[in-house]
Ligand binder design. Structure first.
Ligand SMILES: [Zn+2]
Length: 509
């Protein structure tokens, strides 16, 4: 009897409190339920990164992966899924085979990876090494090495600085750091307008061209360089010769820091190692490979459906890993967030668009082409369509959990995100910082004066291990972080969509 009374009491209490539960709270519960119990994020990422692998801009692999993810997007019920071409003359490049070995004074297999767009060797080649410490002063290089490089393999650079394992290589933000970002009063990071940024990249990214042409002209066989990394990680991004008529560099590798160091130190002891190597690569050009992948959940509100919320992440990767952390995990989180919203039956008021961009690693090629097509030419005033976009959200800082958002100097958006993040504070998403962050596609939309935001994410081992390296693989993607990110993103999209007004635009001085 006692038991029954208390049950009746309990029902009474819960009915009473249920009536006070807001629609928002119910939606958040549904999002959490779908995102944490039925997540498909890791299943999708395994397919993308293990089966399809690297997605270098212009490559057939990129396009195969694009076809697969667009079929996923259709399967979860997105509308108007289609490709939009972003580059007519970006070329493709593949590796068929390579090997690098030291054969004298004794044998060592060298851990190496070719830089993108390097040409093949003429079969298996061998030669002694010559060190050139820098190509910054080409007059000096010509003076010192003219006539001395025939049949040689160039070791480019100085002995790399050792990365001590006493340093921490794995980071999650602690409360103190997040608070510091939140308390920041003004930005410290300067944003360069897109046209200037693109101009500077055109020059900076090809700074080794004169050097590579010189050593090849002198008869050198290959160039090896390195970059200080922990535990022998290889960091072979670049080169940036990605257009079909661009120069094709001679065989060009990154090798493991300590292997570089050993070769370098032997030269200093007047011992000249010989290497044997081969590289077989293919160049091709199929502009049909160069596509952004676009899809949407169409808006349903008679007044608001012409407005848009855009979410984006770059889909291309560098070539030595599988692009799991840069930026496969983020692309999957975007698709998973929309899957969650679709599965819980949410009917958006505004149109929610997703853009998976190509060519980000080269020069924001995909997002810039999209913006030019839809929002007006780069050098002109943004058009009326750009004003219909309430916000652009970007995800591209590795596979770590979302911990907040960069306001990108848009103080007027602070209350918007305070409201959005408050119900998910128990997912540790707390920091809203005025700071600008750079180097990814939200810069494109920001330039068009669309409120554009990139999330703050736990760094994990992104900058120290996986970013643009041969360890950019599935192993470094924590499933829990992906699930959380999809839930936070779905909630953020929902919250922005249910606002009466668009997100306030930055007041530009
Ligand atoms: Zn990236």
């Amino acid at each position: 009897m006692k038991k029954i009374i208390s049950l009746v009491l309990l029902i009474g209490i819960s009915l009473n409190s249920y009536s006070q539960v807001t629609d928002e709270a119910i939606v958040l519960s549904k999002i959490r339920n779908e995102g944490f119990k039925n997540s498909e994020a890791m299943t999708m990422l395994k397919q993308l990164s293990d089966v399809y692998g690297q997605r270098l801009t212009g490559s057939n692999e990129y396009f195969e992966a694009a076809k697969w993810i667009s079929s996923q997007m259709k399967q979860i019920g997105l509308q108007n899924v289609h490709f939009e071409n972003y580059c007519s003359d970006c070329r493709g490049w593949d590796i068929n085979s390579f090997n690098v070995e030291m054969i004298a004074p004794n044998y060592m297999h060298i851990s190496a990876y070719p830089l993108a767009m390097a040409r093949s060797t003429d079969g298996i080649i061998s030669g002694e090494i010559v060190n050139i410490t820098s190509f910054r002063d080409m007059e000096k290089v010509r003076d010192e090495f003219s006539g001395k490089l025939k049949g040689k393999i160039i070791l480019l650079g100085k002995e790399p600085k050792k990365k001590s394992l006493e340093e921490s290589i794995y980071f999650r933000y602690d409360e103190k750091e997040l608070k510091k970002m939140k308390d920041q009063l003004k930005t410290n990071v300067k944003v360069t307008p897109l046209p200037e940024l693109f101009e500077s990249w055109k020059i900076g990214d090809k700074s080794d061209e004169e050097f590579l042409k010189f050593v090849e002209g002198e008869g050198a066989l290959a160039v090896l360089k390195t970059r200080p990394m922990y535990l022998g990680v290889l960091h072979p991004d670049g080169t940036y010769y990605y257009k079909k008529d661009d120069f094709k560099p001679l065989p060009y590798f990154t090798i493991m820091p300590e292997h570089f160091g050993r070769l370098y130190r032997m030269l200093k002891q007047n011992i000249t190692p010989s290497l044997r190597l081969n590289l077989e690569t293919d160049f091709y050009h199929d502009s049909g490979n160069n596509v952004n992948i676009i899809g949407q959940l169409s808006g349903n509100d008679p007044k608001l459906k012409t407005e848009e919320i855009i979410i984006g992440a770059h889909f291309d990767s560098w070539h030595s890993g599988t692009g799991a952390t840069d930026n496969g995990a983020s692309c999957i989180v975007l698709v998973e967030a929309l899957r969650i919203l679709k599965r819980i039956g949410y009917q958006p008021k505004r149109t929610i668009k997703v853009g998976l961009w190509g060519g980000e690693e080269q020069a924001f090629l995909g997002s810039a082409a999209y913006a030019e097509k839809h929002f007006g030419k780069l050098h002109e005033k943004p058009n009326a369509a750009s004003k219909k976009v309430s916000a652009y959200l970007n995800l591209d800082n590795g596979a770590g959990a979302i911990r907040g958002i960069y306001l990108q100097n848009n103080e007027l958006a602070r209350p918007v995100f305070e409201d959005i993040f408050s119900p998910v504070s128990n997912l540790n998403t707390t920091s809203i910082t005025i700071e600008n962050t750079l180097s990814t596609d939200h810069e494109t939309f920001d330039y068009y004066n669309i409120p554009s935001f990139q999330f703050i994410q736990d760094k994990l081992d992104y900058n120290t291990v996986t970013h643009h390296t041969n360890l950019d693989v599935l192993e470094y993607v924590p499933e829990n972080d992906m699930m959380k990110n999809a839930v936070i993103l779905a909630w953020t999209i929902y919250s922005l969509d249910t606002m009466k007004e668009k997100v306030p635009r930055k007041i530009k001085n």
